[in-house]
Write a protein that binds this ligand. Structure first.
Ligand code: XMP
Length: 512
């Protein structure tokens, strides 16, 4: 295995993900618990993460000495490289400017880390994000790659097999980064690369059993992939100790609620309470137009309904949730300081505190595509597992302005046509998320001989690997005109269709 020492970078989980992709088991430990984790795990190699801190600042975090004493290979990324230099006798200075974004490094020398991929004399694109830089190498190290802003872009101590890089190999903007991490794990550390999602499942099942003991678990289903995978996994672990509650807020896509019920009751035989709360949600949303107020109302009402049901069931000790890693970082300030709330995600809520339950979040370190792989491993049907993500607050945040039953129905119809055409064109799996948004704007049109004055509908489709950044999906040829024609012809209440051409950032994927 590989131990990843976390110094608080926003992208530490991406390192873990790359190691998993290389077929190697890894664990992340915060720097102040890394010594303990090292002793327990006895890893074949260590990766030191980046950090928002500065090595040059007093009291900034360090890697535990045991790691350097162990004789294991080490890969230091950004801050990880800098602290390695500071701890092994080199020097790091606070930069007055930084280097952020795309950069090109020149490979000056070969080294074991580059074997089979990068050669002397080549140039490669990488992603830099640092203020400080190494100014003096620790004894034993040499420079193997440079960039205009970082003369020590990659450094190596061949004997100890310590490597440091100023850039971030874990992000997709370093095109060869995944390969570099795989090379470290497999080639440098000599790990086999045969770890799979099946092992992740088994490990999680064991962990859930141990955590839960003979306690009772309750799980809220949203209708989406994440909560379904979490529920099935927990069910595999503890069987009938689990009860699922599906709070149906009436803001689902066409046919979705039925699908969830038949999947759980029919295919899996998991105890399921289906609460139809459409009226409650729609009544409460009437007159609400502010996106955050919508989100907060839905989140809170979801909790209220869920709590009532939990009481009826007779109290549970644990709450299982399908929280994913991107949910965690987008909702929580990483440094503990003030952070900007972009959106209040409703699946990471105040439920556990209020209900005095402990949390079981088996997907917390996974990204969406990994959850899908796990879902397949658990035997969930492909149409369900491959489904595009759907936000907890549902269609309410795809109807800017006031939400009503009528508007939900219009949107559901239009959305179903759009998705039907996407599937028919064989494009569904190439898209991360595609959906329609019903605008509170009405425009004039002409149909037959008559004037119309109806809603505008926006179509959105994006590609993404984790939902944190996204690009607009380029539909081929006349696809969009075909969809627009069908929607205007078949959905009463819509007389104009537009396509959203905004990437994330600066846009977000959902409109609210
Ligand atoms: P944004 O709109 O922030 O969305 O770019 C990123 C991804 O998250 C989904 N999303 C949510 N998922 N609860 C969820 O479970 C929420 O409150 C929520 N809001 C947005 C969104 O659909 C996209 O996949």
């Amino acid at each position: 295995s590989i131990l990843i020492v976390d110094f608080g970078s926003q992208v530490t989980q991406l390192i873990a993900r790359r190691v998993r992709e290389a077929g190697v088991y890894s664990e992340i430990a915060p720097f102040n618990m890394a010594e303990e984790a090292f002793e327990r795990l006895k890893p074949k190699g260590v990766i030191l993460s980046g950090s928002p801190a500065s090595v040059a600042e007093e009291g900034s975090p360090r890697a535990p000495q045991v790691i350097f004493d162990s004789g294991r290979p080490i890969l230091g990324i950004c801050y990880g490289q800098q602290t390695m230099m500071a701890q092994l006798g080199g020097a790091v200075e606070m930069g007055d400017s930084g280097e952020f974004g795309r950069a090109f490094i020149a490979i000056e020398n070969s080294c074991e880390l580059f074997d089979g991929m990068w050669r002397e004399g080549e140039q490669h694109q990488v992603w830099m994000s640092h203020g400080d830089k190494v100014t003096d190498l620790a004894p034993g190290f040499r420079v193997v790659a440079t960039s205009p802003g970082a003369p020590f872009a990659v450094i190596a101590d061949d004997e100890r097999r310590y490597y440091g890089m100023q850039f971030h190999p874990e992000v997709v903007h370093t095109p060869d980064g995944a390969k570099l991490i795989a090379n470290f794990a497999r080639h440098v550390c000599g790990l086999a690369g045969d770890w799979t999602m099946a092992e992740f499942r088994d490990a999680k099942i064991a962990e859930i059993r141990e955590t839960v003991g003979d306690g009772k678990v309750i799980c809220g289903l949203s209708g989406g992939v994440d909560s379904a995978v979490a529920a099935v996994l927990v069910h595999e672990a503890i069987g009938e100790q689990l009860t699922c509650v599906f709070v149906d807020h009436g803001l689902m896509r066409a046919g979705e609620a039925e699908q969830v019920v038949s999947l759980f009751r029919g295919s899996y035989n998991i105890p399921l309470v289906h609460v139809n709360a459409e009226t409650l949600f729609l009544n409460g949303l009437s007159g609400v137009t502010d996106p955050e107020l919508k989100r907060k109302f839905i989140g809170k009402t979801f909790i209220d309904v869920f709590e009532d049901e939990a009481k009826k069931i007779g109290g549970a000790d644990f709450l299982a949730q399908g929280t994913l890693y991107p949910d965690v970082i987008e909702s929580v300030s990483f440094t503990g300081g003030p952070s900007v709330t972009i959106k209040s995600h409703h699946n990471v809520g105040g439920l556990p505190e209020r209900m005095n339950m402990k949390l079981v979040e088996p997907l917390r370190e996974l990204f969406k595509d990994e959850v899908r792989a796990l879902g397949r491993e658990l035997g969930l049907p492909e149409v369900f597992v491959g489904r595009h993500p759907f936000p907890g607050p549902g269609l309410a945040i795809r109807i800017p302005g006031e939400v009503s039953k009528e508007r939900c129905d219009i949107l559901r119809k239009a959305d179903a046509i759009y998705l039907e055409e996407i599937r028919a064109a064989g494009l569904y799996d190439a898209i991360w998320q595609a959906f329609a948004v019903l605008l509170p704007v009405r425009t004039v049109g002409v149909m037959g001989d008559g004037r119309t004055y109806d809603h505008v509908l926006a179509l959105r489709a994006v590609t993404s690997t984790d939902g944190m950044t996204a690009e607009v999906f380029p539909f081929p040829g006349d696809f969009l005109s075909r969809v627009a024609t069908r929607i205007v012809n078949e959905v009463r209440g819509v007389n104009r269709v537009v396509y959203d051409y905004t990437s994330k950032p600066p846009g977000t994927i959902e409109w609210e």
